[in-house]
Structure formats: C-alpha cells, structure tokens
Design a protein. Structure first.
Lengths: 213, 712
C-alpha cells in the first residue's frame, strides 16, 4: 500500500517544482563541482593582470580573505594558511588570495597594504587579487572568509567550501582538524578523484559591495 | 575639589569626542568580544536537590545591534558554545535554544539573537550530593557580529548549596521569559522529501486549513543544508502545508546529519502577524519519488487501489444488501437470455459510473472554486445524512416486507423480465453508488486523497476505477454465464435472505443517526428520528395499497420532509475544539449561560477559539492548560467556557465584535461584576496576572486599568 503522505508529497513536489524552477537557478547562482569554474580577470597587487583562462593546465586555489576577520586571523596566526601556501605553490599550484571587501568595509586593502600584509604575515600566495566590487565573489557565490575553492588542471571546480572541519576562531583547533583543501590538492596531485568535494564554509560574511549596474 | 571634578569631567568629554570623531572606524577593531557581550550564569533553584534535574541558563547581553548565533548560524558566523565543568557525578544537557531571528546580511542570511537571551541547560545532579556548596562552571565561547565579527569568551560560574531545590524568586522571571522564547514541540507530523536540487517539507497540519497562515519558513538544524536566504515557496492544502527549500550549494551529499529544525509560522491575528515557532527534533527523510503530475506508475497504482477498494465496498453494510438483491433478482430469472443478462450487468455498471463521475465532478468543481472540502463532504451536511438514513430505512422496510417496491426502484420483482428492466438496473447502479458513499469516505481515503491532488482528468479516472470496482462483481456474474449457472435455484430461501438483509441496512441507519447526533442539536436529532417514524408509517400505508392509503403515504412523506427541515435548522452546538480545556472541564460557550453566570456575579473565563487558529492552540497548550492556570481556575471556582468559531457562529461573532475583534483568539474574564479582555498572546503569567486584577476590590485599585470594563 502506498502511503498517503508520500503520494501527497509527490504531487506537491511535482507541482511546486515546476513553479519554482527559475528561482532555484538563481539561488544556486554560485558554482557546481565538476563544472567549469567561472572565468575571471583581475589585477593583482603588483599590477599584473591575472586571468583564470591563462591558468589552464595548472591547479588553482582561490582563498577569500579579510585580514581582520577572526576566522582568517586564526589560520594566519596559527601559520596554517602560510604553510599550505608554501607547500602547494612549491608544487606548481597557483594560489590566489582574493580580497572582495569594498572601500570602507572591513578587510578592504589597497595594493600596498595588501603587499605589506603578505610580507608581515609571511604569506606565500602566487598573487593577491583585489576585487573591491565583489564581482569574483559573486561569480563564485563565496559567502565567508576564508572560503576556499580548488580548480583542477582542466579548469573544472574540484572543491568548494570551508578550509577544514573545525569551524571556530580558536588557533588550538587547527590541531587535529581535517584540512579539506590540503586533501583535495593531495588527491589531485596523485591523479585521484577528490573525495570530499564540499564542506560547510565557515567564517565571517564576505563584505559584499552593493550590486553595481 | 570642585575644580578638580570639573577638569576630570572635561577630560572625559574630550576623550569621548576624540574617540567618536577620530577613532570611530577603529573602535570596533579594538573592542573585544567581551566588551560587546555580557555573560553570566544564573540558576532557577536556590539549592540543589539530590537526583532532581534543574535548569541553569547562560545569559548573554549583546551590545545594541550586535548579534550572537543560533545552533545553525546560517550563511556565516558561529554558534555559541558552552562547555561545562561540573562537580563529580553532575551532567549537563544540550543547550535549549531560543527561537532565533533571521538576520539578513547582503544577499545572505544568518540566524541569531540581538538584545538579551538566556541559553537554557538542564543539569542532572547525582543521587548523593557532595557536602557544601557545589560550584557550576561554564566556559562560554561566542562570535558576536554586527557587520564585523569578533570572538569572545568568558568563564561564568555560580555555587549552589544542597537543599530542597526550591525556585529562586530573583530568577523566576528570567526563566519564565526564556521558556516563552523556546519553540513548542510541533503538534503535527512532518516529513522531508529529498530531491536533487531541493528539499520538500510536508507538514500534516490539516486543522489550520491555511486559515490565516501568511508566511512559513523552515530553519534546519543542519548548517549549509539549504540556501538559507532563498525564498521557501509555501503551499497550503486541506492536508497541511508544504515548503520547498533549495538545497545549499555547499551541502554535503546525501542526508543531512541532523534532520530536525524549526518551523516558523506567521499567522494573521486581526491584521497583525503573530509568529509561532514549532520545534522538530528530528524529521523523517525520504527520497522524493520522481513525481510528475503525470507519473503513470503512481496513477496506475492509485487506480488499482481504487479498483480493489471498490470491490471491497460490495461487502460494506450499506452496499451489500443492494448487491444481494440484484443477485437475487438474477437468480429468480436465471432462465432468461444471456444477452439480456449482460445488458443488465452493463446498465448497472453504467449507472454506478455515471454517479461516481457526477459526484467526483461536483467535488472537483467545488474545490476548484476554493471550497476546502474533501471526499465525503456530502456527509458533512446533516440534510444529506438524514436523507440517506431515510432512504436506507425505507429500503430496509421494503426488504422486511412492510411494502413492496415494484419496477425500477430496487430492481426486485419482475423488472428484469421486462424490456425496460435495463433502466431499472441503471438506477440500481445509481442507488448502489449513492448508498456506497458513506462507506467510501473512511475506506478509500488513500486513493481518494491522491485523486484530489491530481489534475481533474486523472482524478475522475481514479474515481471511475473506484466505481468500476464496485460494479465488477455483478458485471462478472452477468457476463460469465458459467458463474450465473452456479447460483442456487430460486425458492423460499430467497425470501428469508431478503428479510435478513434488512438488518445491515438498519445497522447503517443506526450509524447514520449517530453521525447526525454529532452534527445537529438535540432538537434536530429528535426531528430526524420522528422523520424515521413518519417514513415507516408512510411505508406501511403505501403497502396497504389503496387510494386513501396512497394519499396518506404521500402526506406522511411530506411530514417526514418537514422533519428533515427541522433537522437541518438545528445545527449542533459547536464541538469543543482541538486541544483540551485548561481548568478542569470546559463548557461549550452559550451567550445565555454566560449572561446568567455573570448576572450571578460568578467568575467566568471565556476562550473563543477555532480549529484553524494556531495561536489559539498554542495559547491553550502553553498557558491555559498549564498547571498553574488550572489551579488558579479551580481556586476561584471559575467556569471555563470555550466557544468554537471553526465554523462561523453568529453568537460568537457578536461577542467578538462587542469586544472590538474581528476574529479569534479572544479571552475574556468576568468576575465580581467586572470584565477584562486578555491579550491575544497568553503565557501562564499573563493569565494569572489578569485573574488577580479582578481579585482586588474595585475601589482599592489605585490605577484604573483601561482594559477593565464595569458590567452594566
């Protein structure tokens, strides 16, 4: 015997599904694992133009950052982010730190301030991209800092989500945390499929610039 | 000294000015989370009683516009954490969270709290307490955000002695308030269907009927499960409500680890939206069948179910006699031509199908025009019930031999031998369909419920399958001669069987009268039963066969119809609604009774409610049924009256209007010649406070309360 509730739900899903299909698309405007990562072109802090299209053939990491966010601070104070950057840029991975805070918002930096931060923190990204209109953040649906994305050599998205499985601002929690970016990069380097392709992104909200015309 | 004070003040002013003008953007960066949140630990009891669990709460006071987070912080943020350090043998339960607010940030949403909250935790002490004061300590970690986020932490503690476990009056208000802010356990079952891109929550809340639900939103416990900021399209049907939630982009594949959540419903109370929160600790998950409106497998399954159900209907007490009579007619004329028998079978089937299609069509049309009715709606009308009772009673009398209906009616007698007998079979089919309806509703709920959610064509097809099932046994009998041949020879036994078959019909009549007794008042019920007597008299008179007898039969039938009118005019005193009464037993509301009691200066509490009013239900569950309120009712010998406005009741409508309300809930308290209107949102404390207001003698009240009316 079919349960009545299943039948009802089935009918409801059918009808509502049809009605709301367009909304779904916009709600998940971000990105999908296994699909081509959205293209972008931006100036880095040294005035160089970086375009994702030019990076085909290389594994790319995107790291959303806001240096005053306590979650970001945790990973820099604990030397976790720098260590990851050094480990993987050393293996021909392109690491792009993206700052999407607009002028007047927390985390906003100009090129000089960004470079000073990199030096002071001993960070080692391939480049720091300034995204004050939050365009790249919008294209990727980045919600928090640090929000992490890994793009494989064919330009497809391999990982999107939080950096590890310990959502907190405590440096102590770095010990024993499972770092999803590190494991995704390790698997890609070994030619394996990425086993964990997404995890809850945690952190401070990306300080979005108001949508511009 | 004064000069010094002046300079000190000047110094402060300058400092503040410098801070405000020059350093404003940096102030927040330099603040710590501890400046923005004040944390403290309070306990509900003054002392700990061995083995008896008690409540403590971590109170967080946020600086203005800053917020901390719920267990699921939403798109960003972090839930507050409490880790306990308790004496040996003590254990702490999980945090019982207040209902959070949805806090929009850009195009994202967070769930959290501004202002002040109390995070309740239950502590279980051991059966044997250590000597002296027992220290309870908690390390509290939070993230406090406005736009920027700042983590903070504090260690809070208190110590309690062993003792009776009596409540601490100083903290009573805080705990009472905190409990009001916690969601109610949901009274309705719910389930979640998981599809590729979304979750669909179905809440079986048939009562509210969408009455005044304006908004509903689900807050899952699991982080990243859904797109928190996306709209959740709401659908309200007679069965309850469904919410569709787009799956989160960063949700882990498969089932969420935590399957519960909060259902927030906003209900329109007199033009104001009132929020109710219902907690689901866990929700059953299923994978949504790939269901399109034209999912033929599901339709076929429902149709098959309907077909089998229809066949089973033949065994129901309302239908069995009809079918049996039909078969008896077949037996008595077993000699006739096969072709003619088949014609009868087909005519009977056709009669049933036409009736079912008509009934289903009517139902679908009514529903399309917005009437919230289900199958069996005809049985909600007392007139229809009484008519069916009369009809079945007359059929029973006929079978008992009181009178003989020839020709077309029930197909007994020589109808079959006549050429026009097929017409008779058609109408027997109609009759079978009509008398079957009281039995269909309870037994066919599944198939019928499905049919009603389908496009009209499919819906009608399912109803037809039901009808075809009903017709099938007789159709098979007439179309398969070998079967008909097996029927026993006609004889006296047929007469006996016929007479015996009257009794299931009488039984059905008894059931219908019982149904009627719930729908009409005592007078109406009496009228209906007198009507039955008149029907019996008419049948007897009809059986006498003479001109005078015929005339009196007609007169008696007209009188029976008059009785029907009497039945229809006396609708029942409204049934006492959903939740059960607060103070002892509730009486159903009557203006007369109220006026009498008020005239006698007896205390009366009036609760105007409706089955579809969620706020009413919550008030009853949380306030009016609480022990404190029950006890207060008893102590004052208050008569507790409840009026059900589920169906518009003019008497209640008048009372509502007199109190300036256009709808329920309305709570009134009368005592000592005065009356008072209570707020629409009740807590035990509010009720007790209002009861106490009228305890005071009228003159001694120093401040006249504007809501107190003096009875004239």
């Amino acid at each position: 015997m079919i349960s009545r509730r299943i039948l009802l739900s089935a009918a409801a899903i059918g009808t509502i599904g049809l009605l709301t299909a367009p909304q779904l698309v916009s709600a998940n405007s971000g990105v999908q694992i296994g699909q081509a990562a959205p293209a972008f072109t931006a100036k880095d802090t040294n005035g160089k133009t970086v375009s994702l299209a030019d990076l085909k053939g290389k594994t790319v990491v995107l790291e959303w950052s806001n240096h005053d966010c306590p979650f970001v601070k945790k990973h820099y104070t604990g030397n976790n982010m720098q260590a990851l950057q050094k480990k993987w840029t050393g293996q021909n991975v392109v690491w792009l730190t993206i700052v999407s805070s607009p002028v007047g918002e927390q985390g906003h930096v100009d090129a000089a301030q960004a470079n000073k931060l990199t030096t002071d923190r001993g960070a080692a990204p391939s480049a720091v991209l300034l995204d004050p209109k939050s365009q790249i953040a919008r294209a990727y649906g980045a919600t928090v800092t640090p929000h992490m994305y890994v793009i494989d050599k064919t330009g497809k998205l391999a990982y999107a989500g939080g950096i590890d499985d310990k959502p907190s601002t405590r440096v102590d929690d770095l010990k024993g945390a499972r770092n999803f970016v590190d494991s995704a990069l390790t698997e890609l380097a070994q030619g394996k499929a990425v086993s964990t392709t997404t995890a809850r992104p945690y952190g401070c909200t990306v300080k979005y610039a108001p949508p511009s015309a | 000294m004064r000069r010094f004070g002046f300079f000190r003040r000047l110094h402060q002013v300058v400092l503040v000015a410098v801070l405000t003008l020059g350093l404003l953007p940096n102030v927040q960066a330099q603040m710590s989370g501890n400046d923005l949140v004040d944390a403290a630990l309070i306990a509900e009891p003054q002392s700990i009683r061995a083995g008896q669990p008690f409540w403590v709460g971590v109170r967080l006071r946020m600086a203005e516009h800053w917020h901390t987070y719920w267990r699921n912080p939403g798109d960003s943020g972090l839930a507050t954490e409490i880790s306990w350090a308790l004496p040996e043998g003590f254990t702490a339960g999980p945090i019982v969270w207040p209902v959070p607010e949805r806090i929009p940030v850009a195009h994202l949403v967070n769930y959290g709290y501004e202002g002040e909250i109390l995070l309740l935790t239950q502590i279980m002490p051991p059966a044997v307490l250590p000597a002296g004061e027992m220290p309870l300590r908690a390390d509290v970690n939070w993230l406090v955000c406005q736009k920027e986020c700042i983590p903070g932490e504090a260690t809070v503690d208190l110590a309690l002695p062993g003792g009776s476990g009596e409540g601490d009056p100083a903290n009573k208000a805080a705990f009472d308030t905190a409990r009001q802010q916690v969601a109610q356990p949901s009274p309705w079952p719910a389930d979640m269907q998981m599809a590729d891109a979304s979750f669909v929550l179905t809440v079986a809340a048939p009562g509210p009927n969408g009455g005044r639900i304006r908004e509903a939103v689900f807050l899952p416990h699991q982080e990243a499960m859904i797109e928190h900021a996306a709209p959740q399209p709401l659908q309200i049907t007679a069965e309850g409500l469904t919410l569709q939630m787009p799956r989160g982009s960063f949700a882990a594949a498969g089932l969420p680890q935590q399957t519960g959540g909060l259902l927030l419903i906003k209900e329109d109370i007199g033009g104001r939206l009132q929020q109710q929160a219902f907690e689901y600790p866990q929700i059953a998950y299923g994978t949504a069948p790939v269901a399109q409106p034209a999912d033929w497998a599901a339709v076929l399954q429902a149709a098959l179910l309907a077909l089998v159900g229809g066949m089973l209907l033949n065994l129901m007490p309302c239908v069995f006699p009809v079918l049996s009579i039909k078969i008896l007619a077949l037996v008595s004329h077993s000699g006739q031509g096969r072709a003619q028998m088949r014609r009868h079978g087909l005519a009977y089937t056709f009669g049933i199908l036409v009736s079912f299609a008509a009934l289903a069509g009517l139902l679908l049309v009514l529903r399309a025009t917005g009437a919230q009715i289900g199958w069996g709606f005809q049985l909600q009308m007392p007139l229809v019930i009484a008519l069916l009772a009369y009809l079945l009673f007359a059929m029973g009398l006929s079978l008992s031999g009181v009178f003989h209906l020839g020709g077309s009616f029930a197909g007994i007698g020589d109808a079959l031998t006549r050429r026009s007998g097929t017409q008779g079979s058609f109408f027997t089919g109609v009759l079978a369909a009509v008398v079957a309806t009281p039995c269909t509703a309870p037994f066919m709920a599944t198939a019928v419920g499905f049919a009603l959610t389908q496009p009209a064509a499919i819906g009608i097809a399912i109803f037809l399958a039901l009808g075809f099932g009903l017709a099938l046994p007789f159709l098979v009998l007439t179309c398969v001669p070998q079967l008909a041949d097996r029927l026993p020879r006609p004889g006296l036994w047929m007469e006996r069987v016929k007479q015996a078959l009257a009794f299931p019909l009488y039984a059905t009549v008894a059931w219908l009268i019982w149904v009627l007794s719930q729908q009409v008042g005592q007078q109406g019920l009496l009228a209906a039963m007198l009507g039955l007597v008149l029907v019996a008299a008419a049948a007897w008179s009809f059986g006498l066969r003479g001109r005078v007898a015929m005339a009196s039969a007609v007169v008696l039938l007209v009188a029976a119809a008059g009785a029907l009118y009497g039945t229809a005019r006396d609708p029942a005193a409204p049934a006492v609604a959903v939740a059960q009464p607060g103070g002892g037993s509730a009486e159903s509301f009557s203006r007369q009774k109220l006026d009498t009691l008020v005239a006698q200066q007896k205390p009366v509490f009036v609760n105007m409610t409706a089955a579809w009013c969620i706020t009413c239900m919550v008030n009853e569950r949380t306030a009016l049924s609480s022990d404190a309120v029950r006890a207060a009712f008893r102590a004052r010998s208050i008569t507790y009256m409840k009026g059900d406005w589920t169906n518009q009741d003019p008497e209640i409508t008048r009372l509502l209007e007199q109190n300036g309300r256009s709808g329920v809930p309305l709570y009134l308290y009368y005592a000592g010649g005065r009356s008072i209107v209570l707020p629409q949102i009740l807590t035990p404390a509010i009720v007790l406070e209002h009861l106490a207001q009228l305890d005071r003698p009228q003159n001694s009240a120093s401040l006249p309360n504007p809501t107190i009316n003096t009875q004239r």
